[in-house]
Design a protein around this ligand. Structure first.
Ligand code: URA
Length: 437
């Protein structure tokens, strides 16, 4: 069968067969399909979608395109659970949640992605820590999860290799925003990681791939049902992405904010709510707690006691990073040579968060083409949340850039991305809905 006939079938709205999907997945995993054919089919799927059955077949074949981990042999004394986000701007939840959940008794083998479209990637961010090996061999990954309780790594060539290739091509071809492609991408990695339970953070808003609550619900339902079909219990939180999450956006800057959170020094309200909400849900899915409020208290205690920070330090060190990272992060993280404040007048009323993500790519913190090397030091810090009244003192944000020209361009992009008015808009919830299937 010619692959172009499969593309034509999907282009014309047809339903792909098991065999046709297998050809696609094999071609991705062996890298024998050229990028132009992969991106054409991805675009046809984006435009014409897939049935539930097609998406389920794609998901399981992508999961089986590489090694599938089995934790039974490790005789772990707690549940193997994870969380995954559909992607946002300033989303540093994984660095907090993995050690907090581990401190509460979960095992979290977190296989994360690189930047996708306008969103930053967990794998890129964690690589801001010097020495940290985000691509360890399986033995190391297993050992760290078993001994420390969590390991945040990237997608190694053995795990769901079909997704690895498709993800990199979707990143630069405008083919991210598709419910079946996102479902298959996320769940293939999670099934390959051998999870017993999953919590999904489905983002909605101007910085999310799903910009309306209806689309976020559609994606949540697709993920919950497909995961159930494949034996993974999944709960979903639909969370707000109408503004940057936390106060920073950019790789090393987000790691710094995460450390300050784990040290219980700076816990921005919306970020804290999302982290505690997702983490509590992980304890429910994993059967560690039955009551949501009690689970949230347990997660909070893991931070205030310093236990989660200790777990994070042990994970960093076990994966090749410094032993004293939490205490001494500032001596390790890359710093941009140009750091300057952006000022404006008025009250922040709205944010085109996707455009803020785009500005980070332009600064060098995200990719234009597959495989591009990133400048991990750049981005924004001190980002004023919606509702902030800006005065001469309070900046809209602080830019971290490689040059004065790059900083000037970022300032222009940021000012275009933010709406200013006379008064703060009504506050909106950060957790919109919890779906348990
Ligand atoms: N995260 C993923 O791993 N894949 C997607 O397609 C979107 C978010």
């Amino acid at each position: 069968m010619l692959f172009k006939d499969i593309i034509r079938k999907k282009r014309d709205g047809g339903e792909l067969t098991d065999d046709e999907i297998q050809i696609f997945v094999d071609g991705l995993a062996t890298e024998s399909l050229p990028a132009e054919q992969v991106s054409s089919l991805a675009m046809a799927i984006c435009l014409n979608s897939m049935s539930f059955d097609e998406a389920a077949i794609l998901t399981s074949k992508m999961a089986l395109s590489g090694t599938v981990l089995d934790w039974n042999a490790e005789a772990l004394d707690g549940p193997v659970v994870d969380k995954h986000s559909t992607g946002g701007v300033g989303d540093k939840v994984s660095f907090l949640l993995a050690p907090i959940a581990a401190a509460c008794g979960c095992y979290v083998p977190m296989i994360s992605g690189r930047g996708l479209g306008h969103t930053g990637g967990t794998t890129d961010k964690i690589e801001s820590i010097p020495g940290y090996n985000a691509m360890p061999d399986f033995e190391t990954f297993r050992r760290v999860v078993k001994e420390v309780g969590c390991a945040v790594i990237g997608q190694t060539p053995e795990l769901a290799p079909a997704d690895r290739r498709l993800y990199a091509i979707r990143d630069v071809t405008g083919t991210v925003e598709s419910v079946p492609l996102i479902t298959a991408s996320i769940l293939s990695k999670k099934i390959a990681a051998g999870l017993g339970g999953l919590v999904m953070d489905v983002k909605v808003g101007t910085g999310a791939f799903m910009t309306t609550i209806e689309r976020a619900r559609e994606l949540s339902t697709s993920i919950i049902n497909t995961a159930a079909n494949l034996g993974v219990r999944t709960h979903t939180l639909i969370t707000d992405m109408n503004e940057v999450l936390g106060t920073t956006a950019g790789n090393a800057l987000e790691i710094e904010e995460s450390v300050l959170f784990l040290r219980n020094q700076q816990r921005e309200t919306r970020l804290n709510e999302v982290v505690m909400g997702l983490c509590a849900e992980m304890l429910l899915v994993g059967g560690i707690e039955e009551d949501r409020d009690a689970a949230a208290r347990m997660c909070d205690e893991a931070v205030t006691s310093g236990h989660a920070a200790e777990v994070f330090d042990r994970m960093v060190n076990a994966l090749g990073g410094p032993a004293d990272f939490v205490a001494d992060y500032s001596q390790y993280l890359a710093r941009a040579p140009v750091v300057r404040q952006v000022h404006a007048t008025g009250t922040v009323t709205a944010m085109n968060t996707r455009a803020v993500g785009g500005a980070i790519i332009e600064l060098g913190g995200g990719r234009h083409v597959v495989g591009e090397k990133l400048d991990l030091s750049v981005g924004f810090s001190n980002i004023a949340p919606i509702g902030t009244e800006l005065d001469g003192e309070t900046p809209l944000a602080v830019i971290h850039a490689a040059s004065e020209d790059a900083a000037a361009a970022a300032e222009k992009h940021l000012l275009e991305a933010v709406s200013l008015g006379d008064k703060a808009p009504p506050a909106t919830p950060v957790i919109h809905e919890i779906l348990t299937g």
